[in-house]
Design a protein around this ligand. Structure first.
Ligand SMILES: *[C@@H]1O[C@H](CO)[C@@H](O)[C@H](O)[C@H]1NC(C)=O
Ligand SMILES: *[C@@H]1O[C@H](CO)[C@@H](O)[C@H](O)[C@H]1NC(C)=O
Length: 254
């Protein structure tokens, strides 16, 4: 699987705290972003945003090439900044200097990292009614985001009756995804879930073991034990009753 394309894309963010008025609870800061999605950095964009109390009031966008204000105060100050030729020249150079200069370091440090998914195959409840059974193939804690989950039935890829979720962000750089296969079981068939990911040297195949899953087996064992216990109690009660009633019959005749 080709993984280079999606690996090289990201946003490098440098946040600079400019001023905090802790006493009154105001603070002002600006955030610098280097945004790019191509490995050769040709679409690199340098963005510096000025914020005051959660509202962005000025943005310098390297594609636009000047500052743009969003409030009356922002418009005035954007013009001031644009009138400052030294500042403007400095900002216009940051895309090449700061962003392209640092991107290789960030790409190597973060974006080329790969973490293998943990794959689990479980039995679910069929929902649509078309088929009586459903298998769920879940991949957890992988990075980067792009992954391919497919189903194979007796060696051939299954395309119908498959529902896959998007890659869900766990919020900690890892992702998870779930694929559902609805099917009608056949004796002796082999069903497997195949996961392809940049972290895996070859596709990971997990084959469904149709012997009863653990929880079902436990339920039957508990049920059987309860039945035996019930029979013992019933038998004991019956023997007790028999003994007692025989005794009662014996009393008046004796
Ligand atoms: C920067 O400006 C370009 C051109 O107007 C625009 O396409 C792009 O979305 C802007 N980027 C950001 C992050 O605002
Ligand atoms: C920016 O420069 C222009 C042209 O010199 C001038 O008319 C304008 O008042 C300046 N803006 C500010 C906010 O100083």
């Amino acid at each position: 699987m080709s993984s280079s394309q999606h690996l090289i894309s990201g946003v490098i963010i440098l946040s600079t705290l400019l001023g905090v008025d802790a006493f009154n609870g105001y603070y002002e800061y600006n955030v610098v972003q280097c945004r790019f999605s191509s490995g050769d950095l040709s679409d690199m964009e340098y963005i510096r945003s000025y914020w005051f109390n959660k509202a962005e009031y000025i943005r310098f966008n390297s594609t636009v090439g000047k500052h743009v204000g969003y409030t009356a105060y922002g418009v005035y100050n954007a013009e001031l900044k644009n009138n400052n030729s030294a500042l403007l020249a400095q900002e216009r150079g940051e895309k090449d200097r700061y962003c392209k200069g640092n991107a290789p370091t960030f790409i190597n440090a973060i974006l080329t990292k790969k973490v293998e998914p943990e794959v689990r195959l479980t039995m679910g409840k069929a929902s649509t009614g078309g088929h009586p059974a459903m298998l769920v193939c879940s991949a957890y804690d992988f990075y980067p985001k792009m992954i391919r989950v497919t189903w194979h039935r007796d060696g051939r890829e299954v395309t119908g009756d498959v529902v896959s979720s998007e890659e869900l962000a766990d919020g900690d750089w890892y992702y998870q995804t779930h694929s559902h296969l609805e099917f009608t079981p056949k004796a002796g068939e082999k069903i497997s879930c195949v996961v392809e990911h940049a972290s895996l040297r070859e596709p990971l195949e997990i084959t469904w073991d149709p012997s009863m899953p653990e929880p079902e087996r436990n339920k039957i064992a508990i049920g059987a034990a309860a039945l035996v216990l019930g029979l013992i109690v019933t038998a004991a009660g019956f023997i007790y009753y028999k003994t007692k009633s025989r005794g009662r019959i014996l009393v008046p005749s004796g």
